[in-house]
Design a protein around this ligand. Structure first.
Ligand code: SF4
Length: 370
C-alpha cells in the first residue's frame, strides 16, 4: 500500500481500515505522518489554540479487587496503607483546587468490593452540596460494570443514578487496549472490551460527555492498537447526532516501574518518544470523527509533549494537581499552570484554558458553602 494514496484518503477524512492503518503505522516516515496529522488537526481545530486545564485527581480508595498486572497503586483491604478518602480530606483537596482556580475533580480509584452505588451517589451529592460549582469527572466504564453487577441493575440504571447524584462527565478510564486477548493478561478481572464499549454507547445515548483513552506499550500488537482506534471511531459513529459522544482521545504509555507485569512477567514498557509521536499522528488520522487529541504531557514530558502538538494533538491536558496511579508506576512529570502555558507557547501555539467539555473557560474563584 502506498502511503501517498492513504494520506490522500486521510486528508479527505475518509476512514482508513485496519490494513491501511497498520500499513501507515509500520511503513510511513514519521515526518510525513506528522505533517499529514498536523493538516488534519487544522481541519478539526483551525487556528493555533491548544487546550489545557486545571483539575485535581482524587482517588476515592486504593482498595481494588481487580489487581491489574500493570497497576501498583491498588491495595488489598488488609494492607496497612489501604484507605477510603474521607469528607474532611475531600474538603482540604477541593479548597486547594479552588485556591488554584480549578473547579473539577477527576475522581478515580480502585473497585472496592465494600463500596456500592449508594456510596458513590451519597459522596457525589455531598460534594455538590458543599461546592455547588464543582464538576465531577468521575469513575469510568469498569466501575459502572462493577456497580451494575454488584447491585444487579443495568448499566443505564447505574449511569442515571450517578448523573442524578451529580456526575458531570465520564472518563474513558480502563480502556487499556480494547482487545480481550490483551485484557486477559493485563486486567483479567475488569470489564471486557465489549462491556467497556457498551457502557460508553449508553453514556452517549444519555448525552453524558465522555473521553476515550488507550494505555499502550506493553503486550499489544500494532494491529491491536489500530483495531482499538477503529472500535472508538465506530462507536462514535453510532452516537445521536447532536450528543457529546467522545469529546477527546488520550493515549498514554504503560509505566512499568514496580508493576507485576514487569516484575513477574518480564514485560517492559516499549515506550519511546518516536513511537509516541507516531501513535499520536496515527490516532489523528484514524479517528476521523473525534475532534480533540490530547497528548499526555504528564507521562511523556515537555519535549515530546511539544512535538506531539506538531503531530496532530491539540491539547496538553491538565496540570493535574494530584495523580497517584501513573506516578506510582514511575512517571515523575509535574507542571504548574504557568509552565504548561509556557510549553504550549514554546511549541509555537496559543494556550487556551478550557473545561472538560473543551469549551473556553476562564472562571472566577468560587466560594465554598459550609
Ligand atoms: S488499574 Fe484500576 S482497576 Fe486495575 S487494579 Fe489498579 S485501581 Fe484497580
Amino acid at each position: 500500500m502506498k502511503p501517498d494514496h492513504l494520506f490522500d484518503k486521510a486528508l479527505k477524512l475518509i476512514p482508513l481500515d485496519a490494513e491501511e492503518g497498520v500499513s501507515l503505522y509500520e511503513n510511513a516516515p514519521l515526518a510525513e505522518l506528522m505533517f499529514v496529522a498536523g493538516k488534519i488537526r487544522e481541519i478539526h481545530n483551525p487556528g493555533k489554540n491548544v487546550g489545557w486545564m486545571i483539575d485535581r485527581n482524587v482517588n476515592i480508595t486504593n482498595i481494588c479487587f481487580s489487581q491489574c498486572t500493570f497497576c501498583n497503586f491498588c491495595r488489598k483491604k488488609s494492607s496497612a496503607d489501604a484507605y477510603v478518602t474521607t469528607i474532611e480530606q475531600y474538603k482540604n483537596k477541593i479548597d486547594e483546587l479552588y485556591s488554584l482556580g480549578g473547579d473539577q475533580l477527576l475522581l478515580q480509584g480502585g473497585m472496592n468490593p465494600d463500596l456500592g452505588l449508594g456510596f458513590y451517589c451519597t459522596l457525589f451529592r455531598k460534594l455538590k452540596e458543599m461546592y455547588p460549582s464543582l464538576k465531577l469527572h468521575a469513575l469510568g466504564p469498569p466501575e459502572v460494570v462493577f456497580l451494575a453487577k454488584k447491585e444487579r441493575v443495568t448499566f443505564a440504571e447505574v449511569l442515571l443514578s450517578l448523573v442524578d447524584a451529580g456526575l458531570d462527565s465520564l472518563p474513558g478510564a480502563g480502556a487499556e487496549i480494547l482487545s480481550d486477548r490483551v485484557r486477559k493478561i493485563v486486567s483479567p478481572a475488569k470489564a471486557s472490551s465489549g462491556e467497556w464499549l457498551e457502557v460508553m454507547r449508553i453514556a452517549h445515548r444519555l448525552n453524558l460527555p465522555t473521553s476515550a483513552t488507550m494505555m499502550y506499550g506493553h503486550i499489544e500488537t500494532v494491529r491491536e492498537r489500530i483495531e482499538h482506534l477503529i472500535s472508538l471511531r465506530e462507536l462514535q459513529q453510532e452516537k445521536p447526532e447532536n450528543n457529546y459522544g467522545f469529546i477527546t482521545f488520550i493515549p498514554w504509555p504503560f509505566q512499568d516501574e514496580g508493576t507485576r507485569l514487569r516484575e513477574e512477567m518480564g514485560i517492559r514498557s516499549t515506550y519511546n518518544g518516536h513511537d509516541y509521536l507516531r501513535l499520536i499522528a496515527i490516532s489523528r488520522i484514524m479517528l476521523t470523527n473525534i475532534k480533540n487529541i490530547q497528548a499526555s504531557v504528564l507521562t511523556v514530558g515537555k519535549e515530546i509533549g511539544m512535538l506531539s502538538l506538531h503531530s496532530g494533538a491539540n491539547d496538553l491536558g491538565s496540570i493535574m494537581i494530584e495523580e497517584n496511579v501513573v506516578s506510582a508506576a514511575g512517571s515523575g512529570n509535574r507542571f504548574s499552570a504557568d509552565a504548561l502555558r509556557g510549553i504550549i507557547m514554546e511549541a509555537g501555539f496559543e494556550p487556551q484554558r478550557r473545561n472538560q467539555k473543551y469549551e473556553k473557560f476562564d472562571p472566577p474563584i468560587p466560594l465554598r458553602r459550609d
